[in-house]
Design a binder for this molecule. Structure first.
Ligand code: UFG
Length: 373
């Protein structure tokens, strides 16, 4: 081959590479299921901020369409939105036929209330597992690069050793909700075994709290909140009379339970890193698992103190009996996520609690304004 022919071939190759890179940078399209939910909406914001195109699928069973306005106000981009139930296999298939250029999926859509799952186990198994299976079937059919799955530290139960690493044994689930997370991870493992061209990453969240610093999106529990921080902010704003602290006789610093509370924006950013890892073929294994926490355990009293300090609000609370099923203490060993995923939680607890409070105030003010109109 003459030198000039080789040169032309080389230039062509470089151009093709550049076009592919350009195409990749401009058009990487991520399906976010449950994208109008709490963690989903914050993740959509971070994805759009990094230039990804996002399509949300949500059936709005536990979220509000107005969340799209908040996302749009923050990012200047309104994500594509499709409303349907991913348990409907026909609709799911049609969706993937219509959006045949999806590169990867972040799958949040699921029921998540521990107590409700005990009351309605079949509803939880049906919803959380059917939707996952439908998604995996379409990954197989359409050559999508992979899936980031929303898992939970609940799979560890009460670990023997703290902080808890990713290789800590999985304990028998304490609730059907927890069991759906364990079974889902097993389903993904089996699927990836026979579909090695697709990759999967399960992110095991510790306790996500807080809101976007703009206060335009945040946690919106329907009815009485089950979780600590929304209950605190609703009490401080006068919606609830008093916070009940569930037990002060645990074997911890001050007798209350210990959790690893992580800022939801930090958590959202981990999803962006995980999805990039899949798209850029950086995964070391076909199915990987990471803990997402801060590595610090905080007691319920510490959260109350930090909230009072950060927001200048006095909180009305009383200690009551333990809540059934509560784990005494759990917090993450974050080394694997820090070193291998290249992600670290950065936002402080005080700042996080302040963001939760700002969101509560913003949301209530907006709601009362709408009611007056
Ligand atoms: N708590 C109170 N009063 C309340 C609510 C909670 O004292 O009104 C205490 C709980 O007893 C616990 C701590 O605050 O000690 C945190 O409770 P949350 O309900 O906020 O969170 P959990 O750790 O119980 O559950 C969360 C998620 C689950 C997930 C689990 C994994 O809500 O989806 O973490 O450990 F499975």
């Amino acid at each position: 081959m003459s030198k000039s022919v080789a040169k032309i071939k080389n230039i062509k190759l470089i151009n093709i590479r550049q076009i592919l890179k350009y195409k990749h940078m401009k058009k990487t399209k991520i399906l976010v299921t449950g994208g109008t939910g709490y963690i989903g909406s914050h993740t959509v914001v971070e994805l759009q901020n990094k230039g990804f195109e996002v399509v949300i699928v949500d059936n709005l069973s536990n979220s509000h369409i107005e969340v799209l306005d908040g996302i749009t106000e923050i990012t200047g981009i309104r994500p594509t939105f499709e409303q349907f139930d991913l348990c409907d296999s026909e609709k799911t298939k049609n969706f993937f036929t219509k959006h045949n250029d999806i590169d990867a999926i972040i799958h949040f859509a699921a029921f998540k209330a521990v107590g409700e799952s005990v009351e309605k186990p079949l509803m939880y198994y049906r919803n959380n597992l059917d939707s996952l299976i439908n998604i995996l079937e379409n990954i197989q059919l359409s050559g999508i690069k992979g899936l980031v799955f929303s898992s939970s530290c609940t799979v560890y139960g009460q670990p023997d050793e703290l902080p808890v690493t990713e290789i800590a044994p999985i304990q028998k689930a304490m609730s059907p909700y927890g069991n759906t997370k364990q079974i889902a991870e097993e389903i993904i493992t089996d699927f990836i075994n026979v579909n090695p061209n697709s990759k999967a990453i399960a992110l095991r969240y510790f306790n996500p709290i807080g809101a976007h610093k703009s206060a335009k999106i945040g946690e919106l529990p329907i009815g009485v909140p089950n979780n600590l921080v929304p209950f605190i902010t609703q009490t401080a704003i006068g919606l609830r009379e008093q916070l009940s602290v569930f037990g002060n006789d645990y074997n911890t610093v001050d007798g209350t339970c210990i959790r690893d509370y992580i800022n939801v924006v930090d958590l959202a950013k981990a999803h962006v890193v995980a999805v990039e890892r899949i798209i850029e073929n950086k995964t070391k294994f076909n199915f990987e698992v990471f803990n997402l926490g801060t590595g610090n355990g905080s007691s319920v009293f510490e959260i109350i103190n930090s909230f009072e300090k950060a927001t200048n609000q006095k909180l009305n609370y009383k200690v009551v009996a333990r809540r059934a099923g509560d784990i005494e203490k759990v917090f993450a060993d974050t080394r694997f996520a820090n070193e291998e995923l290249g992600w670290k939680a950065e936002i402080s607890l005080d700042e996080t609690l302040l963001s939760a409070w700002n969101w509560e105030k913003y949301y209530r003010a907006k709601k009362s304004l709408l009611n007056k109109e």
